[in-house]
Structures are given as structure tokens and as C-alpha cells.
Design a protein around this ligand. Sequence first.
Ligand code: RAM
Length: 513
Amino acid sequence: MDRRAEYLKKADSLKPRLRVERVRPVSGLPAEAMMEGESLILDFGNHQVGHVTLKLGYTGSHPDAPAWLRLKFCESKKELGQSIEGYTGWISRGWVQEEQVHVDVLPREISLPRRYAFRYLRIEVLAVSMKYRLTVEDAWVDAATSADDRALSPFHGTPEEEAIDRVATRTLRNCMQDFFEDGPKRDRRLWLGDLRLQALTSYATYHGDDLVKRCLYLFAAAAGDDGQLTACLFTEPKLEGDDNWMADYALFFISTLKDYVEHTGDKDTGRELLPVAMRQLELSESYFDPDTHLVRDGSAKSLTRSEQAKGPELKADMVDQSAFFIDWNLTLNKQAAGQAVWIYCAKDALRLMEILNETDGHDALSAKIELRSRAAVEKLYDAGRGLFVSGEGRQVSWASQVWFALADVLPAEDAGRALLNVEKEPDAAIMVSPYMMHHYVDALYHVGMGDKAHEVMLSYWGGMVDMGADTFFELYNPNNPDESPYGSPIVNSYCHAWSCTPSYFLRGTAKKT
Ligand code: RAM
């Protein structure tokens, strides 16, 4: 029976109320009256998500021509210096938060129709007449979130830890809107991989349990006719799954549901959504080679050299050729990490079934996990080097070691050794997103290397704090802060859901076993 309409009803009933706070700039006002070519920068003191109103006036004669303004909203200070001119990346320029407006009558209050994610606003006068100057008398943002600030308990740690926690919680908070957005600047969508990490962090911070539940139902409601979950979805103008599928993201529905039921004890939701979760495992069978019991290298394809050479013109369909996402490193071979993610999620399915007292299929799944774990150790683990390798080219990557550590296929000691051995491999495919770094830190905790996990977290996320971050970025490579898989950092998001997890680690709910 098709339950999608019922799932949507449930999701709708859990739609949160947005909490709105009026915030005014901490600097930039009052300002001098401006002539053509002049500009001013308003600083709203912290990262904000909301609708902006400007109260404009004039000095001099009655305006005899419109004021023509360019408004630029920036999440980070460095965006103020970046220009859209010459941008050729594959993500739409439409995401750049820049407007031009004509104001025909002054004085006037103008409320902008779009919602912005920003801290800084530059107002540039493109034209006024010679008879008057423009004044900005007031400005505010009606900043919105569905997070309940009162639910956030104070966190006490070292000044460095407190700074990281402050930025991490702000990141999560500002992504908590009608649903868990991936980034309030871009893409403003609900992504399954991001949701899993947001939910974990929310359990340790804002306790937005109903928002997690709503998002689980949204995914279930947006499934394809065959039950396949999309990697992300749109809720406006009406719910629709994106035509974008990722094997790992679909499987993470299982883990997200398991975590939710474990955290809240809400077994009714667990029972209702269990078939949706188990369907993802059935569908994932197509990724496996039935002879080797491994994820087929072809379904975990990394880009060819000529594809890589396309660089900025890289098209989304090339990226989509890989069934697994894993990380934004476009040269990553994803066979090994894909295999490990499958084992990780299948184990979560077993745990979920146990919590719900579901025995049907439990033993068969358990046997399959065993078989595929053994195949991984036999064929993908290079015991001599103490490392997992991936694909035909036997690529060594950080991601493979991390995911096999999380999947628990080797004794913790050996998995930990693989995490150390990869450091000595200069050609190992690197991790490029905070999303992948989260899993690295999680893996270190998991194998009992808590001190190192903590150090990595302080240095990586602390690096963004040192750069002046108010919220954590979608992408951060300490060796190349301007890196972007999209062709230019101008479309990067500087408040991104999957980067919020230090609070999950710091506030002590991480699996530190
Ligand atoms: C980016 C999005 C999203 C992420 C995907 C895979 O496009 O920002 O957060 O989950 O990548």
C-alpha cells in the first residue's frame, strides 16, 4: 500500500513555528549621506538568516531621480571582496546574494522579498541625481530559526572549545528552519547525509526531536514509486524529491531512523518507517557484484583524468556517475568506502530491528553483513601495508580507512593502525569536506583514539574559527581556503549543516567506545 500521502500529513503536522528576532547592525550606522559611487557596509554582528528592511531617506533637494542601489549580502567578510564577474562554475550564479533595486520615492522603507543568510550587507549607490544624497536611516533583519535557544544549555570547556561550540551551535541553529536545511544561503534543501549529522548534533544541543521526525517523514513521503529515497528534496511549492540519488545518502535513512528511535524512544515512528528504511537495503543490492560480494567498482566510479581536467566546467552529471557520494574529493575511488558505508548502515538496520523486536529477516541480514565484511577484509585489505585499498587501481584514501573503522570490520587496534598508516601515504586521496572530517574524528573516537580525535577537531574546526568564522563552512581545506568543487568559492556556503558536529563531540554524546 502506498503510504506516502499519510507520511506527508505527518510531516506537515510537525511543521515548526519560526522564532523571529529583530536584529540591527552593530556597526555601519549612522552613516554619512552618500553620492553616486559611494557605499557603506553594515555589520549585523553575527550570522543571520532572515528578511531585511531598509529605511532610506535623503539630504539636499527633493529627489528628482530614483536611487539605484546594489545590495550585496555576505556570510563571510572575504565574500565582500569577491565578484560574480567571470564566474564559470557549474552551480548557478543565481545563488549569489546580490540585488539591484530602484527606489523611486524617498523617504521610503523597503522590505526585500528574498530571505538572506548573511552577516555583512554592502549598500552601494549606483545612481542618485546631483541634487540629493541618499541616507540609510535604519536597517534590520527579522532573523528566523525554528531552534529554541532556551533549550541550549551552556557549555563549559577551554576558551578554544567554547569558541568552537559557539560557532557549531550557531551553524546548526541557522540551518534549522522549516526543516533542517543544508545551508541557508545554498542549497536551502533537505539532504539526507546532512540530516543525519544535524540530528545527532541537535540531540546534544537544541533538542529539535520533532524536526528530525518531520524530516524523516518528508523523505518517506518523497520516495519514488519503487521506494527509493532521493539524496535531497524540495518542500516548495510542494514536496518533491530531487532527481539526485546517492547510494550512501539513501542508506543513511536507516542510521538516522535508528539514532532517532534510540534517542527519543519513539518506537511507533520506528515501526512505521522501518519498511522505508529496509527498502533502501533491498535497493542497494544492485551495487554489489554477486560473485565477489563487493560493491562493484563501476558503481563507485571516480572521475577519469579527462573528466578531472574539465575542472570548473565539470558538470553535475559527471559527479552523479558515482553511486556513492562519500566526499567532495572528485578523484576519490569510492568502492571501499561504499562497501564500508553499506556494512555500517546494515548494522544499524540490525540494531533498529532489535530495538523494535523485529525478527523477520534479522538473521539473513546478519549473515549478509558477515559475508560482505569477510569479502572486504580478504579483497580490499592490504594486510602487508595495514591499509584498505579501493577499486581496480587499488587507490589508498583516507575515506576508505575512516569508513572501515566506523564499520567495525577489523579489531579496533588494526582499524586504528590503518588510520595512522594512511598518514604515511603522501599520495593517499585526501578528505576535503567537514562532512568527511566529521567521520574521521568519529572514527578516531570509535577505535579508542579519543585524544587524537579531540586534537584533530580542535585544529580543523579551530582553523575556521581563527579565520573569523561565525558559522562553519561547507568546505574547508586548511591548505587552500579558497577551494571549491563548484568552480569558485563565490557559490560556497559558509553556514553549512554538515559542519556543525563539533558540538556533538564536545557535548559528549559521541560514540566514544
Ligand atoms: C552539496 C550540498 C549538500 C551535500 C551535497 C552532497 O551540494 O551542499 O550539503 O549533502 O553536496
